[in-house]
Design a binder for this molecule. Structure first.
Ligand SMILES: Nc1ncnc2c1ncn2[C@@H]1O[C@H](COP(=O)(O)OP(=O)(O)OP(=O)(O)O)[C@@H](O)[C@H]1O
Ligand SMILES: [Mg+2]
Length: 276
């Protein structure tokens, strides 16, 4: 099941180019003599509609890789491509969800969700239509006029996801989006994100500490080495696996799930131990 990382072969701009490609990404914070190398020559291609999860030891460069993929950070070397062409600065094709919900505290739920639509000049009636649709999808209808401080952590993260999805991005980048939530809320949101992906076929790059979450959600799980982060191994997981059909609690009872989790955890543990 475990394999060497997939190398990409599509030529730039070709129809079979991946949706999102990180090509030979290296990132130094500070100078290359005295600074920190966070990511070392990482190449990762996310195909259209694919859900990729990245796991690795704490501090190995996962968030750095994601922020570079989102266009929020410049790599020291390497390229970020969308559909085979230079991705350029952040824009509506990519939406990001962070662990800390990063909502505007003095704005209501609806203002938070509408913000990106206003910034990109979406027509007013279209803004309203898309807002209502997202409120419904994320079960937030009654909280439309609430402020973030009036919501639980789980509800705030729903708002953050709604705010990302309302932009109708081609690519969704998520950095430990459920890391700050209690276990029950996390389970519910994992199932919802999985359902959204099944129904709407987003291309997703999802960073997580949790091997279980990665195996549950990912079509492919990428394991990174300890810092400086490189791609160590990857594992493909069949989307039609019985344990991927919506009940994460039941997933843990399937031998294939247990085996995949065990194999990936062994790889992550190797890196944690090597870093001690
Ligand atoms: N802005 C920054 N300036 C300097 N060093 C940084 C910066 N951002 C990250 N780093 C360093 O780069 C390395 C990788 O950090 P990063 O946040 O990408 O790791 P991570 O895998 O996401 O960790 P975690 O699992 O704890 O979230 C760490 O050593 C970190 O201290
Ligand atoms: Mg991180």
């Amino acid at each position: 099941m475990i394999s060497e990382p997939t190398k990409t072969t599509a030529s730039p701009g070709s129809a079979d180019a991946p949706k999102l490609e990180l090509r030979n990404i290296t990132k130094w914070f500070g100078s290359e003599q005295t600074g920190i190398c966070a990511v070392d020559d990482c190449t990762l291609a996310v195909e259209e509609g694919e859900f990729i999860c990245v796991v690795g030891p704490s501090g190995c460069g996962k968030s750095t890789l994601m922020t570079i993929g989102a266009g929020l950070e410049e790599p020291t070397r390497g390229d970020v491509l969308i559909d085979g062409k230079a991705a350029g600065p952040p824009g509506p094709r990519r939406s990001v969800v962070f662990q800390k919900f990063a909502l505007f505290p003095s704005e209501t739920v609806e203002q938070n969700i509408k913000f990106g639509l206003q910034m990109t000049g979406v027509a007013r009636d279209d803004q309203e239509r898309r807002l209502v649709e997202q409120l419904k999808i994320m079960g937030l209808e009654q909280f439309r006029k609430a402020y973030p401080s009036e919501l639980s952590g789980g509800m705030q993260q729903r708002v953050a996801i709604a705010r990302a999805l309302v932009m109708r991005p081609e690519i969704l980048l998520m950095d430990e989006p459920f890391g700050a939530l209690d276990a029950q809320t996390r389970t519910i949101l994992q199932e919802e994100v999985q359902r959204l992906h099944r129904e709407q076929h987003y291309t997703v790059l999802f960073i997580t500490h949790s091997v279980e979450e990665a195996v549950y959600l990912g079509d492919r799980v990428i394991v990174m080495t300890k810092r400086p982060g490189r791609i160590k191994k990857e594992m493909k997981l069949p989307r039609d696996a019985v344990w991927k059909q919506g009940d994460i609690e039941a997933a843990a009872e399937h031998p294939e799930f247990i085996e995949a989790r065990r194999e990936i955890w062994a790889l992550v543990r190797e890196e944690i131990v090597a870093g001690q």
